[in-house]
Each structure stands twice: as C-alpha cells, then as structure tokens.
Design a protein around this ligand. Structure first.
Ligand code: AMP
Ligand code: MG
Length: 409
C-alpha cells in the first residue's frame, strides 16, 4: 500500500471532523474552553479613576515647586467612597492603592517621597497631572469588544470575565473521547505477568493525555482481539462520545481487527492508511453512526500510539473543541549530536530532550532508545525532532522540533 504524507493524512481526518455545538457554562469552569461568541463589556474597567500607589492625592499645580507643604484633609482606603471629600488648593488626601481619586486631585505622590508632619504633609517630589493614576476605563472601556469568538480562555481571560461580573459564558463543548485498548495479550495492574502477556499502557497514557489536553476522557476498558466484542464496544460508545481512540490492531498481523471492524460498522470516511512517518505508520480512521463519532485507530506500540495521537487525533479534537490553532509549537533547534537515520521514504520523529541554552538557543539530544516500544524515552522527552527522509542531521545543524512540554524545556 502506498504511503501517504502526514499532511495528507492529517488533512483527511481534519476534513472529517467539525466543531461541536456551543454550550453555556459557569465562568469558573471555562479555563481551556474556546469562546463561541465575542464578549463585550457593559462597564469600564477600572470602574472609577483610582490611585496606583500608596501616597497622597494632590493637585499637581500645588507641587510644581518642592518641597511643598499641604494640609491633609483625610484618608481614603481601597473600597472607601470619598463622599464629600474634595482636594482643594493647598490640600492633600492620604490615599491607598485602588482607592477612588477624590475630586480636585489630579495626581498622586508616592508616600516614599513625602514626610508627614502633624496635620500636614511635605511633598518632596514634583508630579505632573495624571501621575500614579489609573483612569476609569483605562483597561477596558464600556462598550469595548473584550474578546473575539474563537479565543481560548486562559486564567487571565477568566479574571477579565469575572471583573466584568460575568458568571456564565458561551463556549464550544469539549469532545468526550472514549479510549479502548485492543489485544489478547493485554492485562492491567500488579501481580506476576503470565508469559506472553503485557500490561496495557496505552489506555492509561491516552486517557491522561486527553485530560492534559483539556478533553473529556471516557475509559472504555480493554477489548480482546474479537471483532464482535470490539464492534459492540465501539457502537455503544459512539452513542455517547464525540470521538473514540482505539490502540492496536491496525497493522498487517493476523489479529489486526480494527480496520475490519471499522469497515463492518459501516461508518463514513473509513480509511486505513500507511503514513510516511516513523513511529506511527499504520493508522485507521472512520466516523460512526448515528452521530458521526470520529474513530482514530492508533497503532499498538506505545510510542506509536501517542505519536499518532499527537499527529492526527489531537489536532482533530482541538478542532472539535473550537480551537483555531490546532498544533503544538514548532521551533528550530540545534542538534547536540549527529541524529543519523536511513533513507526509507518516511519522516522520522526522534524523541529528544530540548534545552534552552544561556544564549536562548534550543539544543536537542535524543532522550533514549528510539524503537516504537520504548516508551521510557518518550517519558524523558519534551519534544519530537523532525528528521526528513535522508541521512539525518549532523551535530550543530538545525533541526525542526515539535514541543510537547514547554514547561520542561
Ligand atoms: P498491534 O498493533 O496490536 O500489533 O500491537 C503492536 C505492539 O504493541 C505489540 O507488541 C503489542 O503487544 C503492543 N501493544 C498493543 N497494545 C498495547 C497496549 N495497550 N499497551 C501496551 N502495549 C501494547
Ligand atoms: Mg494487537
């Protein structure tokens, strides 16, 4: 079977997926969601002109010549209403950060540049109009569009929404994603392993990755290499999930049942692909009735399963969740050693540890063995280096990397 490029395979799966419907959720639960409509502000933020420093509210004209001695008319804490308090000529008001600027004042002198003397204050630094003042609406003006539809919500976005008094927000629903591992050899948990058995690592790893990526993981358990059992699991799960991840059973072995099951289930877009990438060559895809749940048939080898998820499932699930930016960041890095490879018509993805050196340049070193069963080297990696078909990259040369964990760089 002819190999297809990553881009073609990715294009195919993305074109078979679509954004989920918008839902209203509490602002407090919205981090990581994508806004489904623009947010406008009905109010100014800050709501009133206030001091950005602890000090004295003054008329700047009174402190053009310093030192200047002013009569202290009172004090304003954050939260106080100035009421009838006004700063007249030759007067000052003690003011704390965030307190309303009293009428008459047009500047604040920092307390560090003042001396309190009985009912007076000596100002030692001249300040111009507007100094240390945060004008009403200086952050957001009433009527402003604060965020556009399509904005992914960060903690700061949540803070802004809360500062506008919003309790609910319209966002795209995040996909519910079922995960099933296939393989007669699979078992789980402690206890001695019978010869021939291995513990299922793909399902826990994929469930964890889905959670880390902000999707809703659904554990569908393990399936033996029995087509009827797997078909039943997928059919039932397709009723309650937006997408399904299977692992194993997509290569050319006798027990590689996933592609047969997907064909039998009669979904649209059913395709079995050989992708020009290593690891992650075999890959199956379909969308299942009745709701078009997207099934990603990931390879069984643990590294291949997670890499294939990164290349095809993750961007598709992000699309469903409303994201416009579907991919991990790609950066240029310098190879710390020769990254050799053999020509085989495939792109090689090398598990690497990327480190930013003192000059800010990213350097990469392989994080361990590169066989597709060696999951430990993926756990030690924070990026995948792209080695295009050819002889590889020499130490010191530039190589493109996909950053998996920016916190670990
Ligand atoms: P398969 O694609 O089903 O032929 O599996 C390829 C390799 O991956 C075999 O060595 C399997 O035992 C292994 N494998 C498949 N599924 C899992 C899994 N869920 N956890 C760990 N290893 C697996
Ligand atoms: Mg198998």
């Amino acid at each position: 079977m002819a190999l297809v490029t990553i881009d073609d395979a990715r294009g195919f799966v993305l074109s078979s997926c679509h954004r989920l419907e918008p839902v209203v959720i509490p602002v407090g639960e919205a981090v990581g969601h994508v806004l489904a409509e623009p947010v406008r502000s009905n109010e100014a933020v800050p709501p009133f002109t206030n001091s950005s420093m602890d000090g004295y509210a003054v008329r700047s004209g009174d402190v053009r010549q310093v030192p200047a001695t002013l009569r202290v008319r009172g004090a304003l804490m954050a939260g106080d209403d100035p009421g009838t308090l006004v700063v007249g000529e030759g007067e000052a008001v003690r003011i704390m950060t965030g307190a309303v600027l009293p009428p008459g004042a047009d500047a604040v002198c920092m307390v560090e540049h003042t001396r309190s003397e009985g009912g007076f204050v000596v100002i030692d630094e001249a300040v111009g109009p507007g100094t240390n003042i945060r004008p009403a609406g200086g952050d957001i003006a009433a009527g402003d569009q604060v965020f556009a539809a399509g904005a992914p919500l960060s903690a700061a976005h949540i803070g802004v929404l809360a500062s506008l008094g919003m309790e609910q927000v319209l966002v795209y629903r995040r996909p519910r994603v079922g995960v099933v591992s296939t393989g007669d050899e699979l078992t789980s948990g402690p206890g001695p392993l019978k010869l021939g058995k291995v513990r299922d690592s793909n399902r826990p790893a994929l469930l964890a990755q889905l959670k880390a990526d902000g999707f809703v993981p659904v554990d569908l358990g393990r399936s033996s290499d029995d087509p009827d059992g797997l078909a039943k699991t997928l059919q039932e799960a397709a009723l309650e999930c937006d997408a399904l991840l299977t692992s194993g059973g997509v290569s050319v072995g006798d027990r590689d049942i996933v592609k047969t099951v997907l064909e039998k289930l009669g979904g649209q877009h059913a395709r079995w692909l050989q992708v020009a990438v290593r690891p992650g060559k075999p890959f199956a895809f379909s969308t299942l009735p009745p709701n078009g749940a997207a099934v990603f048939g990931l390879p069984g080898n643990p590294v291949s399963a997670l890499v294939s998820y990164e290349l095809f499932a993750r961007p598709s699930l992000r699309l469903m969740a409303g994201h416009e930016d579907l991919d991990r960041p790609r950066l240029a890095a310098r190879a710390g050693v020769d990254l050799q490879r053999q020509r085989d018509g495939r792109l090689h993805l090398v598990r690497v540890q990327a480190t930013a050196s003192a000059d800010g340049v990213l350097h990469v070193l392989p994080s361990g063995g590169q066989s597709s069963n060696q999951l430990h080297a993926l756990a030690s990696a924070n990026a995948l280096a792209f080695l295009p078909d050819g002889e590889g990259v020499a130490a010191g040369d530039i190589v493109e990397v996909m950053v998996l964990d920016a916190d670990a760089v």
